[in-house]
Ligand binder design. Structure first.
Ligand code: AKG
Length: 303
């Protein structure tokens, strides 16, 4: 079981905090996934399935919890090729923490600002990995992922805006990340970008006339336990499930102090918090860590 990644790929991941594996998943499977996305996006109940682009309500930017909407995504998230690679990175005992699907429609695809995933859901250790699976060929033109290589070694960086969690790193320079370390992660459909939870990453607006869809299941070692149970992190937990190996009765901890993602107001997605959800009149202002009520349509992923 496992051991699909070479020693040089593992070294690459350890050094840079990310790894692109070209063509890990086959074309037929990925074509089926694209068809399901098209079907979901043309469904009449789109509002309960997807978050819309603020500039064009006819387009979606995020499909919530894709693994619970169609078997093709449930199967993809436990595909042996994918889990073998994840096991090589974080060990044989694996939980599927949550999943999401970013749509990046032509001409409108929302920006994803610089951030570290761990800032949204700190855990007792950093053996977590997100697998960004390209469903379309991705290049800089249609907003492939961009990563600050090696930034995972800098620890958890500030994602604060106006004294509260803002879901983004406002300036790379401001947190000591050298902009010259930023690299593009292009890949053909079926390629996977594996991301360490502390690596700083982002993607631009999709200015091309091509989609750049990505299905993103996120995994953790079974002995990595969430440290923060505020709503946008806690509501991933009911659907988190063991996908390989065994559950752990112990939590393994990495020493340190982790800033918690305490936001000023409720938010339903990474996009919303990065765009300043706390400034929106329709948002309930938080009065305590657990005071938010989150739209049930988003259940399963608010990152
Ligand atoms: O879809 C992308 O380009 C980036 C995805 C990402 O970083 C996220 O949703 O956390």
């Amino acid at each position: 079981m496992g051991h699909v990644l070479s020693e040089s790929q593992l070294e690459n991941y350890r050094d840079n905090g990310f790894l692109v594996v070209e063509g890990l998943l086959d074309g037929d499977l990925v074509a089926r996934a694209r068809q399901v996305v098209d079907d979901l996006l043309s469904a009449p109940e789109l509002d309960s399935v997807a978050e819309k682009e603020p500039g064009d309500a006819s387009k979606a930017r995020r499909i919530w919890a894709p693994t619970s909407r169609d078997q093709v995504f449930a199967d993809l998230a436990v595909d042996a090729r994918l889990l073998d690679a994840v096991a090589d990175l974080i060990g044989e005992d694996l939980i599927l923490q949550y999943s999401k699907l970013n749509v990046k429609a032509p001409h409108v695809g929302s920006v994803v600002e610089w951030h570290q995933d761990f800032a949204y859901y700190p855990h007792s250790n950093t053996d977590l990995v997100a697998a960004l699976i390209y469903l379309d060929d991705a290049t800089r033109e249609n907003a492939c992922l961009r990563v600050a290589a090696g930034s995972h070694k800098k620890g958890l960086l500030s994602h604060e805006v106006d004294g509260f969690f803002g879901g983004k790193i406002v300036s790379l320079d401001g947190v000591g990340v050298d902009a010259s370390t930023v690299v593009d992660c292009p890949g053909t459909a079926g390629s996977v970008v594996f991301l360490h939870p502390l690596v700083v990453h982002a993607s631009e607006q999709n200015r091309s006339d091509r989609y750049r869809r990505a299905f993103i299941p996120a995994y953790r070692a079974t002995d990595a336990f969430p440290l923060y149970y505020g709503p946008h992190a806690a509501h991933n937990e009911p659907t988190a499930k063991l996908v390989r190996g065994k559950l752990s009765k112990t939590a393994r901890s990495e020493g340190g102090t982790w800033r918690l993602p305490i936001a000023a107001a409720e938010f339903n997605s990474l996009f919303e918090i990065q765009e300043g959800a706390h400034l929106r009149a329709d948002r309930k202002v938080a009065t305590g860590y657990f005071s938010h009520e989150v739209d049930s349509a988003a259940a399963g992923a608010t990152m």
